[in-house]
Design a protein around this ligand. Structure first.
Ligand code: AGP
Length: 603
């Protein structure tokens, strides 16, 4: 996700803004920029890393005691100087930086263009300075209040102009920093830590008017808000992890927001339609003979889940293939849609599989998190995960967003093929919409997972089982456990346990069973009972309202009730936390596991 900084000071702010942006580098970004105001606006931006940008951003001529800066991680529009923030209005009098997604930007932009506004980027953000310009009547604060009332989606916005510096938050974090000779605003505490430890956090639905010697916080109705000042105790490194012990834990906790961004603007609950991020061609659908999903590791597990849902919603033949096998194995048919899943967009095996699919004449769709990555240059059809940068080697928030993306794709394909009734699509979309808050509830119960993890930390091995859509969750649970804890772990379809692995079950080989409500619940429960009968402890992941599981399983971890086809988005969060706490108890280097790399660029 992008980074925001802003400052109003008794002296020049450009050097402070550049320094603060450098402190947000750990978050990852593809371009950066800043704007300062001193009678008129100066804007400087560019593509690349700060050390190469330093010169391009050139501070000479950037005068002003108020300004904003931004590091961008592209979501709408490729990384380019034009798309980098800040964005300005037609007159170039005010500059805006923004984190999050303006879901209704297309419709707002259309209206603004009709009224004569000229746009210079492909971003959703650029509507904001133009809306401000129309509403600016002496008070930037008033203009921002009017503007935010028109925006749908999540945002953190900072604007600077003649009237000073203002900020607004709805769904994307902002913190105000206070000091004697300057006041600041930032998306993340590390940006301002060298300048002050005195902060006030803005909450959703709040705005701030930031002056050199005062900060006023109000709600979106203009009512004053009393916010206590806090003192940040973290050191710089802790602050980069948002106070979490590891990046992975931070990223696990970012999932509600990342999911909301992933689905933002893509769901139409009223019509029962999904915009999966690419145009599905109805004529193409008529001749489509099958869908293949390819990926590696975690992305392969998302492929398994995508194949399962797509098969159910379209009735088409579907397949999930390991990308590393796809390149050399037989390839089916011509009228096939191949969906390549890769969070990094750089995994060599997946790139070769995508290439092969293209050579075979398949329609190719890529699902990735990284704008401008190699995979995005191999096809015109790209769906972005919008997870923000993921620093921990073990995938967490990119996996849940992959699940959400393939679910949206499966619903869209089901609607286009005519196999998924509108009423059913509406129900699934409503369920998807609830996922960010349900994931938040799973995270709020983290203590339960932690204490169960502590009880089984000395295990010899773990097995993870699930059926149907829960089988990919079991596979991913096992992968997470082996990657970060180094404890041997295997994922199995629950029914397979009795065909061999049962021989390994002892008191020291716990079985984590996905037992959320589903038509296959009883079947999986039978597998769990087989384990308990052989003295193996079963750790069940069960639905909140389920009263049965606890009678048969040694431990039960709860997730909110949900449609069984989407509850993998919840169970998987429990698996991540479970693996994390086992690994933490064992003192493993969780963010950098031995022998593993974040993107594997060799075959
Ligand atoms: C996941 O935790 C692993 N880091 C690994 O399995 C990863 O999913 C795999 O290497 C594929 O990466 P990609 O999604 O970037 O293509």
């Amino acid at each position: 996700m992008c980074g925001i900084v802003g400052a109003v000071s008794g002296s020049e702010v450009a050097p402070v803004l550049v320094d603060a942006l450098k402190r947000l580098e750990y978050r990852g970004y593809d371009s950066a920029g800043l704007a300062t105001y001193a009678g008129s606006l100066s804007v400087s931006k560019g593509v690349g890393r700060m050390e190469t940008l330093d010169e391009a951003l050139g501070l000479s001529g950037m005068e002003g005691r108020a300004g904003v800066g931004h590091t961008r991680w592209a979501t709408h529009g490729k990384p380019s100087e034009g798309n980098a923030h800040p964005h300005t209005d037609c007159d170039g009098d005010l500059a805006v930086v923004h984190n999050g997604i303006v879901e209704n930007y297309a419709e707002l932009r259309e209206g603004l263009e009709e009224r004569g506004h000229v746009f210079s980027s492909y971003t959703d953000t650029e509507v904001v300075p133009h809306l401000l310009e129309e509403r600016l009547d002496g008070s930037l604060e008033h203009a921002l209040r009017e503007t935010v009332s028109e925006l749908e989606g999540s945002f953190a916005i900072c604007a600077v102009g003649e009237d000073g510096l203002v900020a607004a938050r709805n769904g994307s974090p902002l913190v105000i920093g206070l000091s004697d000779d300057a006041n600041f605003v930032a998306s993340d505490v590390p940006a301002i830590l060298p300048y002050t430890r005195r902060v006030k956090y803005l909450l959703d639905g709040e705005m701030a008017v930031i002056k050199r010697d005062s900060v006023e916080v109000r709600d979106f109705d203009g009512e004053p808000v009393e916010r206590e000042e806090e003192v940040v105790e973290w050191d710089a490194e802790e602050a980069e992890r948002g106070g979490y012990e590891h990046y992975m834990l931070k990223e696990i906790h970012e999932q509600p927001r990342a999911l909301a961004e992933c689905m933002g603007g893509r769901l139409d609950e009223l019509m029962g339609e999904v915009d999966p991020g690419v145009a599905l061609d109805r004529d193409g659908m008529e001749v489509l003979e099958g869908v293949e999903f390819v990926g590696c590791g975690t992305s392969y597990h998302a492929a398994l889940y995508g194949a399962r849902l797509t098969g159910e919603f379209t009735g088409l033949p579907v397949n999930a293939r390991h990308a590393s096998e796809y390149r050399y194995g037989p390839v089916s048919g011509k009228n096939i849609l191949t969906v390549g899943i890769t969070q990094s967009g750089e995994t060599a095996d997946t790139l070769r599989a995508i290439e092969r699919a293209g050579d075979e004449g398949h329609a190719v769709l890529v699902l990735t998190n990284v704008v401008g990555s190699t995979a995005t240059r191999m096809t015109d059809d790209v769906v972005y995960l919008r997870s923000g940068p993921e620093i921990g080697v073990a995938a967490s928030k990119t996996f849940t967003n992959q699940l959400a993306c393939v679910a949206m794709l499966a619903i869209a394909l089901g609607r286009e093929s005519g196999d998924l009734p509108r009423s059913e699509a509406k129900h699934l979309i409503a369920e998807l919409r609830d996922m960010p808050s349900k994931v938040q509830r799973v995270l709020d119960e983290v203590e339960d997972v932690e204490s169960v993890a502590e009880s089984y930390v000395d295990s010899e091995a773990f097995f993870f089982i699930g059926r149907g859509v829960d089988y990919p969750v079991a596979m991913e649970g096992a992968l997470k456990m082996k990657e970060i804890s180094y404890v041997h772990s295997e994922g199995y379809p629950a029914g397979e346990l009795k065909h061999g692995p049962l021989a390994l079950i002892t008191r020291r080989t716990p079985v984590v069973a996905v037992l959320t409500s589903s038509p296959l619940y009883e079947k999986t429960l039978s597998s769990a009972k087989e384990v308990e009968a052989r003295d193996g402890p079963v750790i069940a992941v069960a639905s909140e309202s389920d009263e049965d599981t606890g009678r048969f399983c040694e431990e039960v971890l709860r997730v909110p009730d949900a449609d069984h086809r989407l509850s993998p988005l919840l169970s998987t969060v429990v698996m991540q936390l479970f693996a994390y706490h086992v690994a933490r108890e064992l003192g493993r280097p969780i963010d950098r596991p031995r022998n593993l790399a974040k993107s594997v660029t060799v075959e």
